[in-house]
Design a protein around this ligand. Structure first.
Ligand code: NAP
Length: 247
């Protein structure tokens, strides 16, 4: 199996893309830790993943993040793979209508959160020559008419550049850092935009392949980056988006 003997942490692993990814990593031999804020949802999710543990933590709290990494090291002795996946989507509003608190909340989870986990994980990944996979978004690559989620777009664009910065800096430790930019994926995050048949048809047509994505289609790309199949790949930004970003 591609990830035999590897220990992986998936943030936001309680549902959606994170849960699908955690399952795929586990099916491919990894021992997996999932983390998310809502304890009940997290503990239910971990039952679906063989060979996994759940550690509840709010990505906005440094001590919670430190505790997740410490628990993994205590239990498994090492960390090989970090999947920076947890994220939130704001209420759709034009830039001049959002207040600073709304702006900061999105950046705190989607950007500073990824910084917190990466910072704590790096010393352990240096020992294993590990791998980081950042989950960004097509919204970090291009602007979409009427998208109106600027804090989200900013957080995802920043994560793309940080992927390259971290890849360059930590290549000396043989840590690989790569990034995936999904298009619209069928998860709780996108449910509010897929309420009616008309909404669904619109979203499907936004993607040249003719449909939105499923969480495991992103998880399979994470598996590629995490495995030795990508042993010479670092700093890569991969769109997994049914062609949405090429329009
Ligand atoms: N779905 C899409 O179309 C799409 C497209 C492009 C990129 N993405 C990105 O893919 C990632 C996963 O998205 P998804 O669609 O799977 O979202 P989702 O179904 O809403 O799941 C989000 C995950 O993030 C966790 N999370 C949110 N706030 C947190 C916090 N403060 N502390 C700890 N965990 C927190 C959630 O845990 P709780 O339930 O405990 O809050 C949940 O596990 C996100 O980064 C998203 O931006 C998604």
């Amino acid at each position: 199996m591609k990830l035999s003997g590897k220990v992986a942490l998936v943030t936001g692993g309680s549902r959606g893309i994170g849960l699908a990814t955690a399952k795929i990593l586990s099916e491919n031999g990894a021992t997996v830790a999932i983390t998310a804020k809502n304890k009940e949802r997290l503990e239910k999710a971990v039952l679906e993943i063989p060979n996994a543990i759940a550690i509840a933590a709010d990505i906005r709290k440094t001590n919670d993040v430190k505790n997740v990494i410490n628990k993994i090291i205590e239990k498994f002795g090492k960390l090989d793979i970090l999947v920076n996946n947890a994220g939130i989507f704001p209420e759709i509003k034009k830039l001049h209508e959002i207040d600073e608190e709304e702006w900061n909340k999105v950046l705190d989870v989607n950007l500073t959160g990824q910084f917190r986990y990466t910072k704590e994980a790096i010393p352990h990944l240096q020992k294993t020559s590990g791998s980081i996979i950042n989950i960004s978004s097509d919204a970090g690559i291009k602007a979409y008419q009427g998208f109106n989620a600027d804090a989200y777009s900013a957080s995802k664009a920043a994560l793309i550049l940080l992927t390259k910065c971290w890849a360059l800096e930590y290549s000396k430790n043989k840590i690989r850092v790569n990034c995936i930019c999904p298009g619209v994926v069928d998860t709780d995050m996108t449910k509010p935009f897929l309420k009616t048949e008309k909404d669904k048809e619109f979203m499907d047509n936004e993607h040249p392949i003719g449909r939105i994505g499923q969480p495991d289609e992103v998880g399979k790309a994470v598996l590629y980056f995490a495995s030795d199949d990508a042993s010479w790949t670092t700093g890569a930004i991969l769109t997994v988006d049914g062609g949405e970003s090429i329009k």
